[in-house]
Design a protein around this ligand. Sequence first.
Ligand SMILES: [Zn+2]
Length: 247
Amino acid sequence: MSTPSFQWPDGRRVAVSLSFDDARLSQVDRGLPILDAHGVKATFYVSFSSLEKRLEGWRRAAASGHEIGNHTVTHPCSGNFRFARSNALEDYTLERMEKELTDASDRIERLLGVRPRTFAYPCGQKFVGRGENVRSYVPLIARHFVVGRGFLDETHNSPVWSDLAQATGVEFDGTSFEKLQARIDQAAGDGGWLILAGHEIGDDGRQTVLASTLDALCRHARQPSSGIWLDTVAAIGSYVLARRART
Ligand SMILES: [Zn+2]
């Protein structure tokens, strides 16, 4: 099968999205000022307990064009994570998961005035049930969202091939700018879409995107010579879909 050609807008060679999970407080306190200083829009997959601690900040972020995405209401993951054992994916059904998804979108719309168009799988896990009764919940995501983003994936997305309901998300936490640049170069060589997925934003610590890396990446991406289209998951995902529909 020949690979159809695919072009990013304005002759860009690669697409990059910055995404952050769980509405960690440092995203508002530390991250948004950096992003806003560069005029860069990012995607935030929010959790409600922490979102409500910075509600005004999130309202401003949503109103100014940052994307707010769905990350469920209760963040179910495998019970192999102790924190998830009382709310484990192994004990879920597809019906219960679908309710999680719509409840989370309704709540975001009520709190922030925007309805999520994309989703991030909590812990990157895409199943409910156990053993012979395991079901994938990817089809639910395909039904309700433009994009579903994974976590700790190994590669970027191919715009001609990727199933957007299970788009890859590559680790952003703790990564140096040099390492990211290598990742972006690799994606550019392939005309790909790199979605970075992180948590806290600060100077060090666990699950933390380094503020210096974020600042350097935004600065770099805004130079036209970088060939980077830096935009939200929803913006790039919608472009991919529209472009595919035309070929
Ligand atoms: Zn999460």
